[in-house]
Design a protein around this ligand. Structure first.
Ligand code: LMR
Length: 343
């Protein structure tokens, strides 16, 4: 499929998915006592763990702006960045309990609910944000989101952040063997653990809100993340080296809970849906740009030695991680991985 057409479709599909998803609503209270018609007065909370100058916050701000203005202020949207309201450990449970109406976890933090959310952690699977978007907007991606319904959660769409790179405090990483003996913080899940085991390193998962301190105190030697997360959280203050590996990705799942979703009448839900669509556009459009700008800032700050890898070095990482890729293709489902590879 031509790239431009692919991008266009990737913008449209979430809307379609949302309209389909909206059909089953029973009218419970939406903040004002279950209005059958008219915009319901309510406050929507959006919680996430990263800083303000990130694609996640930019998308959330657009959602807020659209929903508040189209509802003439009847719907208020409060955004809580930087784990201010909930962190990695408790945001999912609080979503289920409807203490928050939207969260945007890195999919690696959802692997306990469904193995399909390991896909962004698969080494060198997606070549671009657009490829990842096309997968999550497509049939297989939507199937994975749907499986969260068992938890009372409605998976809506993905917001990309981008490829991850490795920072550490021990030595320059030029190839897969240089990680030997290091201890790396991961976002979570057995796949990420196996990646580092295969590279001869140990790993442990630590909530994002505790990562700066863990790096500073040497609880771990390094971590993997996008440029925008590394730069906006100033991880470079604690790390001496960064290698541009792009070995896998940070991908967000925009989630709401069914209790909240079903409490909205059609008029209210339409505004919220459109707000999600607008926020998704902004998040998707801003991710690559914010990451590029963050890389430039990291270079300017000069705290870390930044290493770019040759094609041969990247090929060496791919080769070393090939057995992990193969094993997890079976774990996730060969048909799903085939679909992801085709994007
Ligand atoms: C991390 O925990 O490193 C990231 O997934 C945080 C985020 O939400 O981008």
């Amino acid at each position: 499929m031509k790239k431009a057409k692919k991008i266009f479709l990737s913008m449209l599909t979430p809307v379609l998915a949302l309209s389909l998803a909206a059909c089953s609503g029973t009218k419970e209270t939406g903040g004002t006592g279950g209005a059958e018609s008219g915009i319901q007065e309510m406050t929507i909370k959006i919680s996430h763990v990263v800083a303000e100058n990130t694609p996640k916050q930019q998308g959330a701000l657009k959602m807020k702006e659209y929903i508040e203005s189209e509802s003439d202020g009847k719907i208020k949207v409060q955004i809580y960045p930087n784990s201010q309201l909930f962190g990695d450990k408790d945001e999912y449970q609080n979503l289920i309990a409807n203490n928050v109406q939207f969260i945007l976890p890195d999919m690696a933090k959802l692997v306990g609910s469904d193995p399909g959310f390991n896909i962004p952690s698969m080494p060198f699977l997606f070549e671009s944000d657009e490829a990842a978007n096309a997968f999550w907007d497509g049939e297989k991606g939507q199937e994975i989101f749907k499986r969260l319904e068992k938890d009372g959660v409605r998976g809506i769409t993905n917001w990309p952040n981008g490829p991850k790179h490795i920072t550490n405090n021990i030595k320059e990483i030029k190839g897969p063997d240089d990680l030997d003996g290091m201890k790396i913080r991961t976002q979570g899940g057995k796949l990420q653990e196996e990646i580092y085991k295969t590279l001869g390193a140990g790993s442990t998962s630590i909530p994002f809100g505790e990562l700066y301190t863990a790096l500073q105190q040497g609880t771990v030697d390094g971590q993997e993340n996008t440029f925008s997360n590394i730069e906006s959280k100033k991880f470079d203050e604690t790390q001496k080296y960064m290698t541009i590996t792009g070995h896998n990705r940070v991908e967000y799942a925009l989630l709401t809970n069914t209790k909240f979703w079903d409490s909205m009448n059609d008029e209210t839900r339409e505004i919220v849906e459109k707000g999600i669509e607008e926020g998704t556009k902004v998040a998707r459009q801003s991710a690559a740009d914010l990451n590029n700008k963050s890389l430039e800032k990291l270079k300017e700050r000069g705290e870390m030695k930044i290493t770019e890898l040759s094609e041969e070095d990247i090929a060496a990482f791919k080769q070393k991680l090939a057995p992990v890729y193969k094993a997890w293709t079976e774990e996730i489902g060969a048909d799903i991985i085939k679909d992801a590879e085709s994007k």
